[in-house]
Write a protein that binds this ligand. Structure first.
Ligand SMILES: Cc1ncc(COP(=O)(O)O)c(C=O)c1O
Length: 392
């Protein structure tokens, strides 16, 4: 397939292209290793063990986790968020989340409201999609078990004050703090100790640059005593017992691993360690400034979320007068080869807060580490042309 004329601006859904080393590692695993990990003792099986542990260590180092076993793997961001939420919340508990959060948080909570009498407070945001730490503080109750907050919005890119919120939750003592880092891990430097998180969840296939089918959950040391597993089964360890092991990471990783994905993820973490998240962040910030400033200059275009490049990631949402977002996305692809995502982006309450639900949501651009300034220039020019056509 020809990818030459493809301007891919949907990295918030999944990053593409991946670093070359990710493709090579996944291919190498399939062709030359092909063995399970944690079960057998022959050479290739030992290599599979090494790959899984390298991926685990690579992620742990990126987020500042002291022990690599504090990182457990799942199938995607949704999978590990379900483990974090449904594993920690008990019937009758109270949970605080925000209107900016994704359906991967909102839907498990909705299910707990309906099936387990769980009460949920949705903290509001301002016109730019920013949540106030004071509102989180005011939402806490004696029976609050969990505070779940998205780090970077997948609609507007706004970065929430998770470090301040972490401090507030820690002062309260009783509640656990979960951060959904789906749109921040690999995009901005982050540190689990400074954030004071108990749980941090993210896909391996977005900013971490690994393959689809990978997700990671960080657990604060000792939290495995509180977090129930959602899946039970064989781990290749303590096989004399039909009880799920209590030890990390086996407690949460029954069944065979996605070795193809984890081989790619191990290579991706090596790539990120070499390139550094700081450098990727600075590069993407420059693209975001170029994109936001270009779009703000166009008549008929509204940029939703933070007006500047500060306190945000490279996710930018717009609406254009006279167009439905879906129509706009179709024109951009057919006439300009630009691929962006239109709609509500699995964040219904965020669009309600921004006032964009009735219009069908927004058109979202999410450049990545391989996007070029020339591609951003072409995108701004394309929107200029489309917006001008509707004004004539
Ligand atoms: C903020 C946020 N949380 C969670 C998810 C879910 O991740 P995944 O698609 O890997 O299940 C996404 C993906 O779009 C997201 O943007």
């Amino acid at each position: 397939m020809n990818t030459e004329n493809r301007i891919y601006l949907d990295n918030a859904a999944t990053s593409w292209p991946k670093p070359e080393a990710v493709y090579l590692a996944a291919d190498h695993y399939q062709r030359f290793i092909g063995a399970p990990n944690g079960r057998s003792g022959y050479r290739e099986a030992r290599e599979s063990n090494r790959i899984v542990e390298e991926a685990r260590r690579g992620v742990a180092e990126l987020i500042g986790a002291v022990e690599s076993n504090q990182v457990v793997f799942g199938a995607n961001g949704t999978d590990v968020l379900n483990l974090a939420i449904r594993g920690i919340v008990r019937p009758g508990d109270h949970v605080v989340t925000t209107v900016c959060d994704h359906n991967s948080v909102l839907r498990p909570l909705r299910a707990l409201r309906e099936t387990a009498g769980v009460q949920v407070t949705y903290v509001p945001c301002d016109a730019h999609g920013l949540v106030s730490p004071d509102d989180v503080r005011n939402a806490l109750r004696p029976q609050t078990r969990l505070v779940a907050v998205i780090h970077a919005s997948n609609v507007t890119g706004v970065l929430q004050p998770v470090y301040e919120i972490g401090q507030i939750v820690r002062e309260r003592g009783a509640a656990y703090f979960l951060v959904d880092a789906a749109q921040s891990l690999g995009h901005v430097p982050l540190d689990v100790a400074a954030m004071q998180v108990d749980l941090l969840a993210a896909p391996g296939h977005k900013g971490l640059l690994g393959p689809l089918g990978t997700g990671i959950l960080y657990l604060r040391p000792g939290l495995e005593r509180e977090l129930s597993p959602l899946r039970y089964g064989g781990t290749g360890t303590q096989s004399e017992e039909d009880r799920q092991p209590d030890s990390l990471p086996d407690k949460y990783e029954p069944g065979n691993h996605n070795l193809v994905g984890l081989a790619g993820l191990a290579a991706a973490t090596r790539f990120l360690a070499e390139e550094t998240v700081e450098a990727i962040c600075a590069y993407q910030d420059a693209l975001t400034v170029q994109l936001v400033e270009g779009l703000l200059d166009i008549e008929g275009v509204t940029v939703h979320g933070p007006p500047s490049a500060s306190s945000r990631t490279s996710v930018v949402s717009i609406t254009v007068e006279g167009y439905e977002p879906q129509e706009l996305a179709a024109i951009l692809e057919s006439s300009h080869g630009i691929q962006a995502r239109a709609g509500l982006h699995c964040a219904p309450r965020m669009h309600e807060a921004l006032g964009t639900t009735a219009g069908g949501g927004t058109l979202r651009f999410s450049p990545g580490y391989t996007t070029t300034p020339e591609e951003i220039r072409q995108t701004v020019e394309a929107i200029q042309q489309v917006a001008a056509a509707s004004l004539c």
